[in-house]
Design a protein. Structure first.
Length: 592
């Protein structure tokens, strides 16, 4: 996944685009570049490395038409040559691209062998600029559209031609949003780069393009026919994407969860009919998702099966799409995705549609590819999640699972009780943050070399999520298990150097979890216990205890995960890790 920002107007667009690229580094940060259009000349500035290096290189330059890119490499290693923008052989055209051109090799081969084109980079993206040159006979937009007919795959493309005061862009599978503000225009992968200039936006839909010129903008389909698109107003402000005094975006996003879970249920909880998912004739729900969203899906399974008695299957999207799943028209396949751009999840939904299933999305990013592909679902409204490690999106996904449960449940008394509990959750989340000091406990274990996380029933997926949080930002090996699995192998790993985090709530499996804790204790394992009630056993068996407020079982994952998020954060921070942009990761895995 990569970040794109462009400006067209009367201001010097350089500081706008450079600041915008900084805000999009969560989408990828291994190289960056700019193209400036001035007096029929394209000036390219690129760097292997982060946007801060590009800012230094671009110091003092000015331009009223400028497009920038920050990269997460998919084809070709992160280096100067492979950094975007890419130019055509004759340097008349420059493009930036987010996505994958799946037929780039054959196109490159044809241009090289039949038409003597020379290529500079190892990227798939370069073929876009070369194709536009190939088709260019004086009409930039016509050449751009002809290029679009040749490429296959996922793309968000923004292009400039040295002889045309115009920005052209196109979307298929990767997001692009146009910002409009009294004769100046912005184009970006999401609205955060230009929020302080305008909140009036147009999300390009699949297979739509836009032309930006001095006379204004036009939205068209790939055949060049004009399309009237409504201007939307972004509901969040620039403050949503600043750190607001926190050291890292991840910490800010952890602490804003009382607000974000409220934003998720606001407007739906008392008007559950506002959930637009068609539910007639649905006999089974299949969640398709990855990573943290997969664990949220598992929580959804426990809630929906136990409370609404609906069969639920949870599938890794990357497995689902290749294993020829047995699907029926009475299946509702739901994509769960924070970014709405995860390639495997998007393709899993496309497979489900091809097999005549109903589909829906539980998505955070409005206007994202998965949201558009599904056409119905629940937006979790967690706001931009900048930290690569997902936190507030997870708890909002759990709220969405509970909203789906209310929406599908047939017992009005049960629904009323759950709605009342959900409305009290923000205060309980705030109470937790006020009373518990996770930092001190985390720092006590920061030098441990391996951790286990254990939970049963609805706490099992939360244990898995706690392990993922820790390993992805601290790089310390950690495994989550259903506590009942311990005796089937993992207990061999327990010794005095292995801290085990137990999630213990006074529920139907409480005594079973206590037995598991006994087994760890008898092997000198250290125990960190997250519980919602102090008992004699917990006090006797635990080395450290974190108390969370009592809530209904359907909502315990929201409270239980908070200390796990902070535990991972403080251990990683104490070890000097790069919290918001962990190594090897990007915010959305929009390529396979
Ligand atoms: C979670 O902290 C990770 N960043 C990762 O597992 C993520 O949840 C996964 O890539 C799915 O992303 P999505 O929710 O945007 O589809």
């Amino acid at each position: 996944m990569c970040g794109i920002v462009g400006y067209f107007g009367e201001r010097n667009g350089m500081p706008i685009v450079l600041q915008g690229l900084k805000r999009l580094e969560y989408r990828g940060y291994d190289s960056a570049g700019l193209v400036l259009l001035k007096e029929n000349t394209l000036e390219i500035i690129k760097t292997k490395g982060k946007v801060s290096e590009l800012i230094a290189l671009a110091n003092g330059r000015e331009a009223k038409i400028v497009v920038g890119h920050t990269r997460w490499s998919t084809h070709g290693e992160p280096n100067y040559i492979n950094a975007h923008p890419h130019t055509s052989m004759d340097n008349s055209i420059a493009i930036v691209h987010n996505g994958i051109i799946e037929n780039h090799a054959e196109l490159r081969k044809e241009l090289q062998e039949k038409y003597n084109f020379t290529f500079r980079s190892q990227t798939d993206s370069e073929v876009i600029a070369q194709l536009i040159q190939f088709f260019y006979k004086g009409d930039f937009e016509e050449a751009f559209r002809k290029m679009l007919t040749k490429i296959e795959g996922a793309f968000g493309i923004v292009a400039l031609h040295k002889d045309h005061k115009q920005i052209l862009c196109a979307r298929k599978g990767s997001p692009l949003v146009l910002g409009v503000n009294n004769g100046e225009f912005f184009i970006a992968s999401d609205p955060s780069p230009f929020l302080e200039y305008t909140k009036e936006v147009i999300y390009l839909n699949e297979k739509q393009m836009a032309s930006i010129e001095e006379t204004g903008y036009k939205i068209k389909d790939f055949n060049g026919f004009n399309i009237e698109m409504e201007i939307e107003t972004i509901p969040f402000g620039i403050e949503s994407i600043q750190k607001q005094g926190f050291e890292h975006f991840m910490l800010k996003e952890i602490y804003e969860q009382a607000e974000t879970i409220q934003n998720c249920f606001r407007g739906k909880i008392r008007h559950i009919e506002n959930i637009s998912i068609k539910k007639e004739n649905i006999k089974r729900i299949i969640f398709v998702s990855c990573g943290t969203s997969y664990y949220a899906s598992l929580v959804g399974k426990y809630i929906l099966e136990k409370s609404s008695h609906i069969p639920v299957v949870v599938e890794y999207a990357s497995e689902f799409r290749y294993r020829h799943p047995m699907l029926y028209p009475t299946d509702l396949v739901i994509a769960v995705s924070q970014s709405g751009e995860t390639a495997d999840t998007l393709e899993a939904i496309r497979l489900a549609k091809k097999l005549s299933c109903s589909v829906a999305g539980i998505v955070n990013v409005t206007g994202s590819s998965i949201a558009k592909e599904c056409g119905q679902g629940i937006y979790v409204h967690a706001g931009p999640e900048i930290g690569v490690a997902s936190t507030k999106a997870f708890t909002s996904q759990i709220i969405a699972m509970n909203l789906l449960n209310v929406y599908l449940n047939k017992d009005p008394y049960y629904r009323a009780e759950l709605i009342e509990e959900l409305e009290q959750l923000p205060e309980k989340v705030k109470a937790f943050f006020k009373t518990q000091d996770v930092k001190a406990i985390a720092e006590k274990y920061k030098d441990s070399k391996y951790f286990m996380f254990m939970g049963r029933d609805i706490n099992y997926p939360v244990a898995m999520e706690g392990a993922l949080k820790l390993k992805e930002i601290s790089y310390i090996p950690a495994e989550g298990y259903p506590a009942g699995e311990m005796k089937h192998g993992p207990i061999a790993l327990i010794d005095e150097n292995t801290p085990t985090v137990f999630l213990v709530t006074k529920d139907t499996v409480y005594t079973k979890v206590i037995s598991n804790m006994e087994e760890v204790k008898s092997r000198k394992g250290k125990i960190i216990c997250i519980c919602n009630e102090m008992t004699e056993e917990i006090e006797r068996l635990s080395d450290d205890i974190i108390l969370i407020p009592k809530v209904r079982w359907e909502c315990t994952p929201i409270l239980n995960v908070l200390p796990l998020q902070l535990f991972a954060y403080h251990i990683a921070n104490a070890n000097g890790r790069e919290i918001d942009q962990p190594r090897n990761l990007a915010k959305a895995v929009s390529v396979e």
